[in-house]
Design a protein around this ligand. Structure first.
Ligand SMILES: [Zn+2]
Length: 373
């Protein structure tokens, strides 16, 4: 059993299915309703009393369409969105591998489903006229999203019992530009992974939507419905934001580096002067030498002066070096901070998965591959 099917044995009707198939199917269609659809379809076969011994392909195809229509009606009555109801049919295309002669053309199935769904949905709406739209609620998008790089200035979001649907508009002036659509959350507890409509595209102006299936990402509804925690970004790929250190701080860093260099340079003269005086001190050993009397000093005082000059020059060099170093370190720290802030501005969500080569030190030489989810 590697799919789902309805069957009848000795008067008892069965619905057989493979868990693996249902899970994969659900994932492919990006909605749990795809799985519901498959069950509804199989129940349709049973309810309509289809004869599974039929081998006539024409009769078989008719049975399939009937079951599809039954499922479409069930979807509408469960208030499943049209796109979700159709997602199953679209996903089925890739999975028609068993006895294709028994199955109608996918396009025909899709058409039958949408016609039947629309008919039933109208009935549902008519019967509900006057009442509010059930369990759909509006949630606010984090205003931080709308920074100066974002090509959209506003977006609205609706939460259903399975998804968050974010609507926004692409303005005509962005027509055919390469854009990147990102949906994420600043809340590290929320991973926005299962989405439809995100990625890199050629911009087509008009009303657009991005869907996030929070249920598939194991985010509780109560958490997903919090306001101001989802962010949507639409970037022009050729004009992405970059990390920049503010001009004020950059100036201060340069002042530190510059003044440090000046102090260091200023130390060169006293340093060389002190060295040459030491040489003279070593050269004129006689305390009464005319060298000292002509300078109006004695040999000890001469030495002390040279030594002070030498120590002073060294202090200046160390100070200058420290100033240069602190300027450089400060600018590196600020650059990293800017990068972190930018990451937060663009999207706080960590990558979906990453391959981390980790060197194992002190043990057997080798490389371990860590996969982080
Ligand atoms: Zn069927």
């Amino acid at each position: 059993m590697d799919n789902a099917q309805a069957n009848e044995r000795k008067g008892t009707r069965y619905l057989l299915y493979s868990n693996k198939f249902m899970e994969e199917f659900k994932k492919d269609a990006k909605t749990k309703w795809a799985a519901y659809f498959v069950f509804a379809h199989e129940i349709g076969h049973l309810v309509r009393g289809h004869n599974f011994n039929t081998v006539d392909p024409k009769e078989r195809k008719k049975m399939e369409l009937e079951a599809d229509r039954f499922a479409a009606v069930a979807m509408a009555r469960m208030r499943v969105q049209r796109s979700d109801a159709l997602a199953a049919a679209q996903s089925l295309k890739a999975r028609l591998n068993i006895k294709p002669e028994y199955y109608p053309d996918p396009a025909a199935r899709e058409e039958a489903i949408s016609i039947e769904y629309d008919k039933e949905w109208k009935k549902v709406l008519d019967s509900e006229r006057g009442k509010m739209g059930g369990d759909k609620i509006f949630i606010a998008i984090d205003p931080v999203s709308f920074n100066r790089w974002n090509l959209i200035g506003t977006a609205s979001a609706v939460l259903t019992d399975e998804k968050v649907i974010v609507s926004f508009k692409i303005l005509p002036q962005y027509n055919r530009r390469t854009i990147q659509v990102v949906l994420c959350s600043y809340n590290p507890g929320i991973r926005v992974n299962t989405t439809i409509g995100t990625g890199t595209f050629n911009a087509v102006p008009g009303d657009r939507t991005v869907e996030w299936n929070y249920q598939m990402d194991n985010v509780p509804r109560a958490m997903a419905s919090q306001p101001n925690q989802l962010r949507i970004y639409v970037y022009d790929v050729s004009n992405m934001p970059t990390a920049r250190v503010g001009p004020d701080i950059r100036k201060k860093c340069w002042i530190l580096v510059g003044s440090g260099a000046l102090v260091g340079l200023a130390a060169i003269y006293p340093y060389t002067d002190a060295l040459s005086k030491h040489d003279d001190y070593a050269k004129y050993l006689d305390k009464q030498d005319v060298f000292y009397t002509s300078k109006g000093t004695n040999r000890d005082a001469f030495y002390k002066k040279a030594d002070n000059e030498y120590v002073g020059a060294q202090v200046m060099m160390v100070t200058g070096g420290a100033l240069v170093l602190s300027g450089v370190v400060w600018s590196i720290v600020e650059k990293n901070r800017a990068r972190k802030e930018l990451k937060n501005t663009i999207c706080a969500t960590p990558p979906r998965w990453r391959l981390d080569p980790v060197l194992i030190a002190n043990t057997a030489p080798g490389i371990r591959l860590g996969i982080r989810f």
